[in-house]
Ligand binder design. Structure first.
Ligand code: ADP
Ligand code: MG
Length: 320
């Protein structure tokens, strides 16, 4: 790309607050806080697979960082630094201007420095690596759930997948309903403050990016426990609730993906502490079931009767 350095300078070089040295040298330099562990994660978004090539670039910039911030939140880590590797089919300055504005809006909001990256010509791909800090030994892992824990989720589930179903004409939403679901799909809010506040309170945690059943089952496997999930308790928006009689909305709720809410377990003795946190953060936190000894997951209806959750495994729930 002829003006690669120019593009990096114009669109991706902002002053750093957390780093010793940011964009411009062969490597960035950061100084981790003594007593903290570094949490490192990356998430790649590929055009045509994770987003549509003509999606609004400003929202895409925000989402590319948000999905990574969600991984920090899911560990209870405080996000601090990010790198951005971009493959671009062409140097579209209008697109880059918008993408970078969306990215830096989110970076500013969560006090994350963009400290480096790579820019190359290729099929549109956005790869962010994020680094955060968490007190040594305190990160919230998938393996921390214990029998007797309550299972909680933040916010509500399924709206992003419902928006995708609407775009793909698998369901038809009224314009106003579509708008609120599309906001969930294009502008997910990473639950960073919640993740940080759950350190020392929650036992096991994951962010819901592949659908509730799939992601909760990762906690169960890592923790070697089982769960009972109460279908009627699952938090849904009014829009999703209105469609819940149908297969599409149910699948969006249980296996949709792109929610970026946190699913965590905490001892039932801390129920009130979690509720207090919900009020302090002004964020719904809903108990959806219990961890028990054993293996696997039971999804229970309002009468306590077990509901079928697909024979092909949670990964493929609803896929055929
Ligand atoms: P090198 O050839 O040493 O890898 P580059 O020319 O790729 O260096 O990058 C020059 C500087 O710009 C480096 O500091 C790199 O981290 C940074 N950089 C490149 N692309 C991006 C980007 N998309 N966002 C942020 N920083 C970037
Ligand atoms: Mg390079």
């Amino acid at each position: 790309m002829a003006s690669e350095f120019d593009l990096i300078r114009r669109f991706f070089t902002h002053p750093c607050r957390n780093a010793v040295l940011g964009v411009g040298d062969d490597a960035a330099l950061v100084r981790p806080t003594p007593g903290m562990e570094l949490a490192v994660s990356s998430d790649m978004l590929v055009a045509g697979t994770h987003f549509f090539p003509d999606d609004d670039p400003r929202k895409l910039g925000g989402k590319a960082l948000a999905v990574n911030l969600s991984d920090m939140a899911a560990m209870g880590a405080t996000p601090r630094w990010a790198t951005l590797a971009l493959a671009l089919p062409e140097a579209d300055e209008g697109w880059l201007q918008e993408f970078s504005a969306g990215f830096f809006d989110a970076a500013r909001k969560y006090s994350v420095d963009l400290i480096g990256g790579d820019t190359t010509r290729g099929p549109l791909t956005l790869c962010v690596q994020i680094m955060g800090e968490v007190t040594a030994g305190m990160a919230l892992r998938r393996s921390g759930a214990r029998p007797g824990d309550e299972i909680w989720v933040s916010g509500h589930l399924g709206d992003a997948a419902l928006a995708l179903a609407h775009l793909q004409r698998r369901i038809e939403l009224a314009p106003h309903d579509a708008a609120s679901c599309l906001a969930a799909l294009h502008s997910p809010v990473p639950r960073v403050a919640l993740g940080e506040a759950l350190v020392g309170l929650a036992h096991g945690m994951i962010d819901v990016s592949d659908g509730l059943l799939a992601d909760l089952s990762h906690i169960l496997e890592a923790s070697r426990v089982a769960a009972d999930v109460d279908f009627a308790a699952l938090p849904v928006s009014a829009v999703l609730r209105a469609h819940l009689h149908g297969e599409v909305a149910r699948t969006c709720l249980l296996a949709g993906g792109d929610d970026y809410e946190l699913c965590f377990t905490a001892p039932s003795s801390r129920h009130e502490a979690v509720m207090a946190l919900s009020r302090r953060l002004d964020l719904p936190l809903t108990p959806i079931g219990m961890i028990r000894e054993g293996e696997g997951m039971r999804l229970l209806d309002a009468q306590g009767k077990e509901m079928p959750i697909g024979t092909r495994g949670f990964d493929h729930f609803g896929a055929g």
